[in-house]
Design a protein around this ligand. Structure first.
Ligand SMILES: C[S@@+](CC[C@H](N)C(=O)[O-])C[C@H]1O[C@@H](n2cnc3c(N)ncnc32)[C@H](O)[C@@H]1O
Length: 213
């Protein structure tokens, strides 16, 4: 379900300055293989918030072949250094991500972990500036406890696909675990005093939540 016309989307995307050849190569791969990346409408937001918060430690859950990672790594490098932790359970995707980030000169800003992402986060040091969540949607609600134990107060949680192609508007998500997961984490972020939550109509719905501690 496209929220913007193709023309308007192209205009907005055209105003960003990330026409890096490796980024374009990853976008072409995603289009060719039908691999779900955040895409050029969202990537620059990851860079923007990394810069705005002067983030030096970012943790990504469900990193795929490293497209979203690229924008965090670029921001961290421009901030003067730090690490984005790339986590995915597929060894081949992790290897591909390392290749793209190495060719971009950003691998020094990346820590690649082949793992289930919630498990990897539970083993990470706390005090993280930004946590980005893009894992299987039915796993979203159970990830939030771990996110709260690792994000620093004032830190940012970014969660993708919170519109889930419009399916969240259904009165009930019975029998559809992914939609139920998206609806439930949205409710948790909205209702908990620990979060200031903003749901944006970016692409498939990106949630931004400030952790109050
Ligand atoms: C939506 S894609 C991520 C794309 C990436 N964030 C981007 O925009 O470039 C999610 C990836 O994470 C993997 N994944 C899903 N759930 C996961 C989990 N719980 N732990 C580790 N990897 C997971 C999927 O197999 C897939 O490769």
């Amino acid at each position: 379900m496209a929220l913007l016309s193709q023309e308007l989307n192209d205009y907005i995307v055209g105003q960003t300055r990330f026409d890096d050849p490796i980024v374009l190569e990853m976008e072409e791969r995603a289009a060719r293989d039908g691999f779900p990346i955040i895409g050029p409408a969202v990537g620059p937001w990851l860079y923007f918030f990394t810069r705005l918060l002067k983030a030096s430690h970012v943790f990504e859950m469900g990193s795929g072949f490293g497209y979203s990672t690229w924008f965090f790594a670029r921001g961290i490098k421009d901030n003067g250094g730090g690490t984005v932790t790339h986590t995915v359970w597929d060894e081949g995707l992790s290897r591909d991500a390392r290749g793209y980030l190495e060719r971009s000169g950003l691998a020094d800003q990346c820590d690649f972990q082949v793992s289930e992402s919630v498990l990897a986060l539970s083993g990470a040091a706390s005090g993280i500036d930004i946590i980005f969540c893009d894992i299987d949607k039915e796993m979203y609600p159970n990830a939030l406890d771990v996110v709260e134990s690792k994000l620093k107060p004032g830190g940012l949680f970014i969660c993708d696909n919170l519109l889930w192609d419009g399916k969240v508007m259904a009165a009930t998500a019975e029998g559809d675990e992914a939609t139920a997961g998206v609806k439930e984490i949205t409710r948790m972020l909205r209702e908990s005093p620990r979060w200031d939550f903003l749901l944006t109509p970016l692409r498939d719905g990106v949630g931004f939540a400030r952790f109050n501690g």
